[in-house]
Design a protein around this ligand. Structure first.
Ligand SMILES: C[S@@+](CC[C@H](N)C(=O)[O-])C[C@H]1O[C@@H](n2cnc3c(N)ncnc32)[C@H](O)[C@@H]1O
Length: 171
């Protein structure tokens, strides 16, 4: 599989491979992604497992049809597996999704305050075996936000990546 067509906002190939391996191992039927950008990662997550459905959230746009026409998954078989959501992740109404997600990928605004808010919401979104992945954990702001919320022994860093992972089934 060609992992990424658009390098502007995407995860590295190694990060993507870890992500896809986790999705394949867990079967992860429901995924919530904070920060869609051009839908590169939504697309590959959908492609690796046809039973996965992805809810991907990004900031509001003026024209949702025009926006979605630019997404990587548009006019592919994966389109039906992806629900594009719009809103600011710090004020979005997550209530229809609480406790249901097998995996949450936090890759929106990587500032301390937003990452902390996204992390609190992610903890409510995952089910009792769910996984949270933070991108950019090497940054001081993301690291501070995560480490203030969770004991560091529950957080795994994936070697060679900027990913940190919480696996609720292990905590
Ligand atoms: C690094 S990109 C996401 C990349 C994407 N996950 C991928 O791997 O292809 C970050 C995205 O987060 C979005 N974003 C930034 N702040 C946000 C917020 N407060 N709420 C929702 N999305 C936000 C940006 O618009 C941008 O598209």
């Amino acid at each position: 599989m060609n992992l990424h067509q658009d390098e502007r906002w995407s995860l590295s190939d190694l990060e993507t491979l870890y992500l896809l391996a986790l999705i394949s191992m867990r079967k992860a039927p429901k995924i919530f992604e904070v920060g869609s950008a051009h839908g590169e990662t939504s697309y590959v997550m959908a492609k690796i497992n046809q039973d996965t459905h992805i809810f991907s959230l990004d900031l509001p746009v003026d024209d949702t049809v025009a926006h979605q026409n630019k997404m990587r998954w548009k006019n592919t078989p994966q389109e039906q597996q992806i629900t594009q959501l719009y809103g600011d992740s710090t004020t979005f109404d997550y209530s229809p999704y609480l406790g249901q997600m097998d995996l949450v990928l936090i890759d929106g605004d990587h500032s301390y305050l937003t990452c902390k808010s996204d992390s609190v919401n992610a903890l409510k979104l995952i089910n009792n075996k769910g996984i949270i992945i933070w991108d950019d954990y090497q940054s001081l702001e993301v690291r501070r936000a995560v480490n203030e919320l969770l004991p560091q022994e529950n957080i795994f860093q994936l070697k060679g990546t900027n990913f940190a992972v919480l696996d609720r089934s292990l905590t």
